[in-house]
Design a protein around this ligand. Structure first.
Ligand code: FAD
Length: 431
């Protein structure tokens, strides 16, 4: 995929409802900055905001516009924790693992306080995250997780049995639910644009339609970052290009799997239907072989997310599977119109952890949130600023790891399709 052409923001519910886009200049001519951030999603914007707040001279280059990538298209779910359970994290990382657990489970709370502090208009609602078990097998996993929450006193989470789950969601689909009250939702495109406003207010310089096309180490040790119409000299680089990573940094594209996910949304639900769908509120994701996630927005539209075709989609027509599934959960939805559908790419990592790399002493790369980037990429921006501000690698709350390209990376579309097919069968059989 070439990023060197202008691509308009894809149509989505958020494009219709978020605060307006920022009018940002392209980078033209030559510039200089202490830190250049590449990528204007949550990772890059949060890094730029935290760096600018700490007094660092920072310039951000975005190939399209802030929030154009996954950050402006996602489910808007602000979810706590890492993909691996707390016990696995602590087992794998020891003392650092304990800090990673605390840090990742505190990430939603930190995000909502950041939204308040900068008065970001993004429909933020701290209404809770519901993790829902769709089978006896996933219920066993959920109970283990509930026990781990309790042992660590994490976030005052509460387990709901099948009857309470039905009362909470309005469907009998779930064997049990774990509710973490610190999660919730944002309009993600509004959130990304709000971060951009906050970063500018703190002193960062942001450029749209300015893809970094070349990185070159100069004789004096500085980096020259080239864009189609300009260049910037920098002491340090931050790369946050996630599922839209190109070949800018050697091997980076092949270190993650760019998975597609899609969302379809209804018109505002009439009151009679609204009362039946998610009466307990919150945002939900299913613990099945294939993740399905959904929530109501502030306009009472249902946003249903999950599997998507492996190419760009626009409009509600291509999302029949998700729509039929939603109508199975709440038959009253059959009377409602589906108005939107869109998709985007996020980055998965083979070890299921977000990756923070430092391939050279003056280069930081953060990516691979495995579907938890709204809260975690925001948090990672803080870590990037701490590291650049001089904190030691050991004192950070996430590990700095080596950059490892995945063998046979070119085969990922086949692997993903195989996994989707297996997931469908496994869920039907309740495996
Ligand atoms: C449909 C969908 C639903 C999701 N739902 C959720 C959810 O509900 N909750 C959750 O926590 N996570 C969710 N995610 C994942 C989440 O959106 C991502 O983890 C997060 O947005 C990653 O942010 P990012 O800034 O790292 O990457 P992105 O937002 O993808 O930003 C990367 C940016 O880099 C730019 N770029 C790339 N190359 C260059 C270059 N050479 N020069 C300049 N700029 C460049 C791109 O244009 C892009 O804007 C979802 C993802 C998708 C696609």
């Amino acid at each position: 995929m070439s990023l060197h052409v202008d691509k308009p923001l894809p149509p989505s519910l958020y494009a219709d409802t978020a605060i307006p886009p920022l009018a940002l200049p392209r980078l033209e001519g030559t510039a200089r900055a202490a830190v250049v951030v590449i990528g204007g999603g949550i990772t890059g914007l949060s890094s730029a905001l935290h760096l600018a707040e700490s007094g660092t001279d920072v310039l951000l280059l975005e190939a399209q516009e802030p929030g154009w990538g996954a950050s402006g298209r996602n489910g808007g779910q602000v979810n706590p924790g890492l993909k691996p359970d707390p016990e696995e994290v602590e087992h794998g990382f020891g003392a650092l693992g304990h800090r990673m657990v605390r840090f990742s489970y505190a990430a939603p709370e930190a995000l909502f306080r950041l939204v308040e502090r900068h008065q970001i208009r993004c429909e933020a609602q701290q209404s809770g995250t519901l993790r829902a078990a769709v089978s006896a097998k996933s219920l066993a996993g959920l109970r283990v997780l509930a026990a781990q929450y309790e042992q660590r006193g994490l976030n005052d989470a509460r387990y709901l049995d099948a009857t309470e789950s039905a009362e909470f969601t309005g469907t009998r689909r779930y064997h049990g639910i774990l509710r973490d009250p610190t999660g919730g939702s944002v309009n993600p495109l509004g959130y990304a644009r709000g971060l951009a406003h906050a970063a500018i207010a703190a002193g960062a310089r942001l450029h749209s339609h300015s893809p970094a096309t070349r990185l070159q180490r100069m004789a004096d040790g500085k980096w020259q970052v080239t864009t189609p119409k300009g260049s910037v000299m920098a002491d340090r680089l931050v790369i946050g290009t996630n599922g839209y990573t190109d070949n800018l940094w050697p091997g980076l594209r092949r270190s993650v799997v760019p998975v597609w996910s899609g969302i379809t949304a209804t018109e505002p639900l009439p009151d009679s239907v609204r009362q039946q769908v998610m009466p307990g509120g919150g945002v939900l994701y299913e613990l099945g072989s294939i993740t399905v996630y959904y929530r109501l927005d502030v306009g009472n539209r249902l946003l249903m997310g999950g599997r998507s075709k492996l190419h760009h989609m626009a409009g509600p027509e291509g999302f029949g599977l998700l729509q039929r599934y939603a109508e199975k959960l709440w038959p009253a939805l059959k009377a409602v119109r589906w108005t939107h559908g869109w998709n985007g790419q996020l980055a998965m990592t083979p070890d299921h952890y977000p990756h923070l790399h430092e391939p050279e002493p003056d280069v930081l790369i953060a990516l691979g949130y495995n579907g938890r980037g709204v809260a975690m990429a925001t948090a990672m921006g803080g870590i990037v600023a701490r590291r650049i501000g001089g904190e030691s690698e050991e004192s950070l709350d996430m590990p700095v790891t080596g950059l490892k390209p995945i063998p046979f990376h070119g085969l990922w579309p086949l692997a993903v399709q195989g996994r989707l097919a297996w997931g469908r069968i496994a869920d039907r059989l309740g495996l």
